[in-house]
Design a protein around this ligand. Structure first.
Ligand code: HOZ
Length: 432
């Protein structure tokens, strides 16, 4: 790794835990030094040593239009000249809320917050309040931010660093959380038969994105809906990754299942800090000041984040971006599959639209256990070949990769060639 990033990483580690503000960025799952990014444009990022990368992380999915989209930049500039934060209602936040309500089949009302974590935490409080129940059912490898009660068998960085049950979370808190296998309705039924009358909500990523990308098997989400109805529990879809990503109307419309509450983040802020939770009016009217569920935030509905979000959604709405993303992503998937076959490397490519993961295992990968069968040494080798080829992948097997509208056909062709060299190297190092 080049000089400037190494020096910066050394300096950072002196004053920031691990040198990073979010654990996965530290590269501990793959080894080496993370590049310190100075700027980005379109599909490319540039680091402190002037190295260029095709970005396949896209700020963990947020940058669906690519970096520096001119409409978004203009909107943020304009908002910045008017003021950074007022701590008052603004017209922009009403307009963004209206756009989200119009797009998401299950949302009649919503509250803007500052992150996906905040959205999850607030939605659980609301679910507990309206049902009068305490327990929450989640899925192994599911990740909903660093909410205390949800750090149970959690995915993302928690899985990567082997702290799926974090220190500092009292056992009394996690005793209220039940975690079962993703994509296994029998496990959900069993747990609900036992605890159903105490379960306030089932929370699920409709496409799991924090154990790598793991799509729901047919009937899974529909089954969850039915189980929740039978037991009087709420169904919460964590669409922080999938909302406005797998389709403009979210995973809930892609799979035709209506949750009671939806969590959003990432794309709705166009790369700026934001989150949201929403659902039917009858539920959301329990939130203060209308109802008794307290939740607040100084920077909630921040004008700059709202401006970035609104302009991102309006570009997405009036375009063929989702079909282009599907075409490009499918072409890349096909290229990787061909390479894996050619070089005799067992690979499972999971993908929903522009959200994807390459697992180094025969597969299928349908849950946390099968995701964990992926050979992480092979992943790390592949990751580093790709990095040296100028491709920035998620630095962990337990994260999804993303494409943006700025990934043009020529980027995809380059990525296919570079992935071929990466897989060839894996074959050479591990299969001989
Ligand atoms: N937990 C985030 C995605 N699953 C990673 C955030 C980050 O490290 O920036």
């Amino acid at each position: 790794m080049a000089k400037q990033s190494e020096q910066l990483f050394h300096r950072a580690q002196e004053i920031i835990p691990g040198g990073v503000n979010s654990p996965v960025r530290a590269f501990r799952a793959v080894g080496g030094t993370p590049p310190f990014i100075e700027q980005a444009q379109g599909s490319r990022m540039f680091d402190a040593d002037n190295l260029q990368y095709i970005d396949c992380v896209c700020s963990w999915g947020a940058m669906i239009l690519g970096h520096g989209h001119r409409f978004v930049v203009e909107a943020v500039k304009k908002a910045a000249t008017r003021g950074f934060s007022f701590g008052t209602p603004t017209v922009g936040e009403v307009e963004l809320a209206e756009m989200i309500v119009a797009a998401m089949p299950s949302i009649e009302m919503l509250r803007l917050v500052n992150s996906g974590t905040e959205a999850a935490m607030s939605a659980l409080r609301l679910a507990r309040a309206v049902t009068g129940r305490k327990k929450i059912l989640k899925f192994d490898g599911g990740y909903h931010g660093h909410v205390d009660s949800l750090l149970v068998k959690a995915g993302s960085g928690a899985a990567t660093f082997n702290v799926p049950d974090s220190a500092g979370v009292p056992a009394e808190v996690t005793q209220l959380t039940i975690s079962v296998d993703y994509n296994h309705l029998d496990a959900v039924n069993q747990a609900m038969d036992k605890h159903g009358k105490d379960v306030a909500a089932i929370i699920v990523e409709p496409v799991a994105g924090n154990m790598g990308c793991v799509p729901p098997v047919e009937g899974f989400l529909q089954g969850l809906r039915q189980i929740c109805n039978e037991h009087g529990a709420l169904l919460i879809f964590d669409e922080v990754m999938t909302g406005f990503r797998v389709s403009y109307n979210g995973a809930q419309s892609l799979y035709g299942v209506k949750p009671d509450l939806t969590l959003l983040g990432k794309v709705i802020g166009g790369g700026m800090p934001i989150g949201a939770y929403g659902g039917a009016r009858i539920l959301m009217e329990n939130v203060a000041p209308v109802g008794p569920v307290y939740q607040a935030g100084t920077l909630s509905g921040n004008p700059l984040a709202v401006a970035a979000g609104k302009s991102t959604l309006s570009v997405l709405k009036n375009s063929s971006i989702y079909s282009d993303l599907e075409e490009h992503s499918a072409e890349f998937e096909e290229g990787v599959r061909r390479s894996a076959q050619k070089h005799g490397v067992p690979v499972t490519f999971n993908r929903v639209g522009s959200m994807w993961t390459i697992f180094f295992t025969e597969g299928p990968v349908t849950d946390f256990a099968t995701a964990n069968r992926s050979n992480r040494e092979k992943f790390a080798r592949f990751f580093h070949v790709m990095l040296s080829e100028g491709v920035y992948l998620p630095p962990s097997q337990m994260e999804s990769a993303f494409f943006s509208a700025a990934h043009a056909k020529k980027d995809i062709l380059q990525l296919i060639q570079r992935a071929d060299r990466g897989i060839k190297r894996v074959a050479w190092d591990f299969e001989k």
